[in-house]
Every structure is written in structure tokens, then in C-alpha cells.
Design a protein around this ligand. Structure first.
Ligand code: SF4
Ligand code: SF4
Length: 139
């Protein structure tokens, strides 16, 4: 599937409303080694500098810091979009949606970009194809 085909398929089930809801709250996602490397490269900073300015390290967990109730990178959109963590890139097309409709309902309730009107079975069928092609990057 090429980029345009994938984008068109995603557009059938999800169009980001850029509401910022998924970037708000008192926690963010955990960053794996690839996420950290991508962010360091993107901001041209060292690990120590990222920790100083942007990351919160708790034991073995590294996350983005929270500032004013949202991820530190959020300001009318994601300031780290090209280097955002894989979990952010995947959202809201989470594989848990494939497991049962309850997960679909819960995710759809928190993300206005999900096209609920097409119904769970149709949504699921399209998501299977998208995740089979590549499990990451929803938009
Ligand atoms: S992914 Fe969903 S919750 Fe996040 S900004 Fe887009 S529409 Fe809002
Ligand atoms: S990294 Fe970007 S997409 Fe992820 S929570 Fe922060 S602002 Fe939102």
C-alpha cells in the first residue's frame, strides 16, 4: 500500500480534529529508546539536556513532562510532531479496537476524530487492513 492509499483508508475511519485532548492530562506515554533517539535528533539536544528541559524520568520510565495540564510539547498542536513517540503516532488506531467493541467505544468517546457513524464492524474491517500494512502512524 502506498502512502496515498494508506492515507485514504485511514481517512475513512479517522480524521484528527486537532482538539488536543490526547495531549492533555497528568501523564503522558512512555518513551522507548527509539522515541528518545528521535527526539534528541529532532531537538539537537543530548539526553541530559532533554531530561533537563522536556523529559520526566521515574525509575526506568521516561516520559514527556506535563506542563499546565498537558504534554510539554503541546502548543496548538504537537511541537515534536515529526519525532513524536510511536504511541502518539499510533493513537487512536489502537489494536485493542480489534479485540472488542468496548475498546472501540471507549476510544471513540475520548477522540472526536474517530468516525463512529460507520459502525464498529466496518471500522474494524478497515483497521485490520491498516494495521496489517503497518502498526504505527495514524496521521
Ligand atoms: S487524535 Fe483524537 S483526541 Fe487527539 S487531537 Fe486528534 S481528534 Fe483530538
Ligand atoms: S508528543 Fe506530541 S502528540 Fe504526543 S502527547 Fe506530546 S504533544 Fe501530544
Amino acid at each position: 500500500m502506498n502512502h496515498e492509499e494508506r492515507a485514504a483508508l485511514i481517512g475513512q475511519i479517522f480524521v484528527c480534529a486537532r482538539c488536543g485532548f490526547c495531549c492533555h492530562g497528568e501523564t503522558t506515554v512512555s518513551l522507548n529508546e527509539d522515541d528518545q533517539r528521535r527526539m534528541r535528533d529532532f531537538f539537537c539536544l543530548t539526553t541530559a539536556e532533554m531530561r533537563e528541559d522536556y523529559w520526566r524520568v521515574t525509575g526506568r520510565e521516561t516520559q514527556m513532562r506535563i506542563k499546565d495540564g498537558h504534554c510539554i510539547f503541546y502548543r496548538d498542536g504537537c511541537r515534536a510532531h515529526a519525532a513524536r513517540p510511536w504511541r502518539c503516532a499510533q493513537w487512536p488506531l489502537h489494536p485493542a479496537i480489534l479485540l472488542d467493541e468496548t475498546n472501540f467505544t471507549a476510544i471513540a468517546a475520548s477522540c472526536p476524530g474517530i468516525r463512529k457513524n460507520i459502525g464498529y464492524e466496518r471500522f474494524r474491517a478497515i483497521l485490520v487492513v491498516i494495521l496489517d500494512d503497518s502498526p504505527a502512524v495514524s496521521c
